[in-house]
Write a protein that binds this ligand. Structure first.
Ligand code: CTP
Length: 399
C-alpha cells in the first residue's frame, strides 16, 4: 500500500551544521515520489539558504510565521493539514526542547503543534549535548507522545568530538521512512476502538459492571496507531493510560459510549468494538443512595443499544471488527454472531476460569465469512498486533 511515493512530506530544518545534508534528503524524497515542502527555522537559515531548498524542491520555502504573502498562499494551519508526515532533520537540542514544551514561537514549532500527522525527528548535536539529562528527558517526553526518533548515529563530529550525535545520513533516513511506510497499512485511515467495561448506575454509589480491564482494546488501539492509523479510543472506566498518539473519549455508560461512537462514526474507516458493553441497564437509577430497608429488592433492567450491530448496519459504514466472549461452543456461537450482526470480522475468545478478562495473555479465534485463523496464546499487545495484521489483509481484500 503506502510508500514514500505520493506522500506529502513537510521537511522541517532546524539550526545545525548538518542542515546542509537535508538538501540531499529533500532531493532523495522527491526522487522517491514524495511531494516536499520545507519549513526552516531562523537558525537553519544561517547554515543553508532557503533558496537552495527552493531550487531543489520547486516549492517556496517558509521561514517566518508572520509572512503575509506566504500565509495568503498557504497558511500555517493549511500547511500542517497538508502534511501526511512531518520530518524534522536536523532536529537541534533547542528545537527538541521547544517541541517537548509545546512552545510555538516560530513557524516550524507552530506547524508542529498544529500537525495531526505522524512526526519523525532526526536529532543532530554535539555528543555531550545529546547525553545531557535535559536533552534525554525531552527525548523521552517526545517518544512518549509518539514522535518517531531516527538516530542519531555515532562517529566523528564537525566539532571534533566523537560519539552519538551525528545526524543519520539522508539515505538512512529515507530507508527507515520507506520501511516504516511499507509497514503502515493504515496510513491516513481513521480507526475507532471501543474498550473497557461500561458501568450502569443503580444509584449514585452502585453500578452494574463487568470484569473487563480494557487491556485488549487499549493494546488494539496502540497496534492500529503504530501501523499508521489515526485512532480514536472510546473507553469505559479503566485504569490504563492512553497509548501514545491516541485520542481518547472517556465514558461511563453504554448510552454515553453509543453517543460518543455515533458522533464520530461518519469519518471512520474501521470500527473495532472491543468494549464489554453492558447489554442491560437499570430502568431507573435512583438519585439518592438506596437504603437497605426491604428484605428483597427488584431492579428492572432494560436493553442497551447494540453499538456494534448498529455500526455494522450503517449504509456505507466502516469495516467492522467485533469481539465475542464465549464460555462454550466458541466457533459455533462466533459464526452465528458474525452472521447476525453482519460483521466483516469477529475475534472470539473463551472466557471463564483463568481465561480472558483481567489477564495479560489471551488467544483468539478470528473468523470472517470465508475463513478463519487461530492466534495462539500470547501477550495481549502481541496478540493485538497479530490481529491488526490479519485485519489489514481482510481490509485490503475488501477494498
Ligand atoms: N457490543 C456492543 N454493544 C452492546 C453489546 C455488545 O457494541 N450493547 C459489542 C462488543 O463490543 C463486542 C460484541 O458486541 O464486540 C460482543 O458481543 P457479545 O456481548 O459477546 O454478544 P452479544 O451480541 O451481546 O450476545 P450474548 O451476550 O448473547 O452472547
Amino acid at each position: 500500500m503506502a510508500g514514500v511515493a505520493k506522500q506529502n512530506i513537510l521537511l522541517g530544518v532546524t539550526g545545525g551544521i548538518s542542515a546542509y545534508k537535508s538538501v540531499e534528503l529533500a532531493r532523495l524524497l522527491l526522487k522517491a515520489g514524495a511531494s516536499v515542502r520545507v519549513v526552516m527555522t531562523e537558525a537553519a537559515g544561517r547554515f543553508v539558504s532557503p533558496l537552495t531548498f527552493q531550487a531543489v524542491t520547486g516549492n517556496p520555502v517558509r521561514t517566518a510565521l508572520f509572512d503575509e504573502k506566504h500565509e495568503a498562499a498557504m497558511g500555517h494551519i493549511e500547511l500542517a493539514r497538508w502534511a501526511d508526515r512531518m520530518l524534522i532533520a536536523p532536529a537541534s537540542a533547542d528545537f527538541m526542547a521547544r517541541m517537548a514544551q509545546g512552545v510555538a514561537n516560530d513557524l516550524l514549532s507552530t506547524v508542529y503543534l498544529a500537525c495531526p500527522s505522524p512526526v519523525a525527528i532526526a536529532p543532530a548535536m554535539n555528543t555531550n549535548m545529546w547525553q545531557h539529562p535535559a536533552v534525554q528527558h525531552n527525548l523521552s517526553v517526545l517518544e512518549g507522545r509518539g514522535v518517531r526518533v531516527l538516530g542519531p548515529a555515532s562517529g566523528e563530529q564537525a566539532c571534533g568530538d566523537k560519539g552519538f550525535g551525528r545526524m543519520l545520513e539522508p539515505m538512512e533516513i529515507l530507508a527507515t521512512l520507506k520501511k516504516e511506510l511499507q509497514s503502515m497499512p493504515f496510513a491516513s485511515k481513521k480507526v475507532l476502538v471501543t474498550a473497557g467495561p461500561t458501568h450502569e448506575a443503580i444509584d449514585p454509589v452502585r453500578f452494574i459492571g463487568n470484569r473487563s480491564s480494557g487491556k485488549m482494546g487499549y493494546a488494539l488501539a496502540r497496534a492500529f496507531q503504530e501501523k499508521g492509523a489515526d485512532v480514536l479510543l472510546v473507553s469505559g472506566p479503566v485504569s490504563l493510560a492512553s497509548p501514545p498518539g491516541v485520542e481518547r473519549i472517556e465514558v461511563q455508560t453504554a448510552l454515553q459510549m453509543y453517543e460518543a461512537v455515533f458522533e464520530n462514526i461518519h469519518a471512520v474507516d474501521i470500527f473495532a468494538g472491543c468494549a464489554a458493553v453492558a447489554d442491560y441497564r437499570p430502568e431507573h437509577a435512583s438519585e439518592q443512595k438506596i437504603k437497605k430497608s426491604a428484605d428483597k429488592m427488584d431492579i428492572t433492567l432494560v436493553r442497551n443499544p447494540d453499538i456494534l450491530a448498529e455500526v455494522a448496519a450503517l449504509e456505507d459504514g466502516p469495516f467492522t471488527l467485533g469481539f465475542a466472549a464465549e464460555t462454550e461452543k466458541l466457533i459455533e456461537n462466533a459464526r452465528a454472531k458474525l452472521q447476525a450482526k453482519q460483521l466483516d470480522m469477529l475475534a472470539a475468545n473463551r472466557v471463564g476460569e483463568g481465561m480472558g478478562f483481567e489477564r495479560d495473555e489471551n488467544s483468539l479465534r478470528v473468523i470472517w465469512s470465508a475463513g478463519e485463523e487461530q492466534l495462539p496464546v500470547q501477550d495481549k499487545q502481541l496478540l493485538a498486533e497479530a490481529l491488526v495484521d490479519l485485519l489489514a489483509n481482510r481490509y485490503q481484500a475488501n477494498e
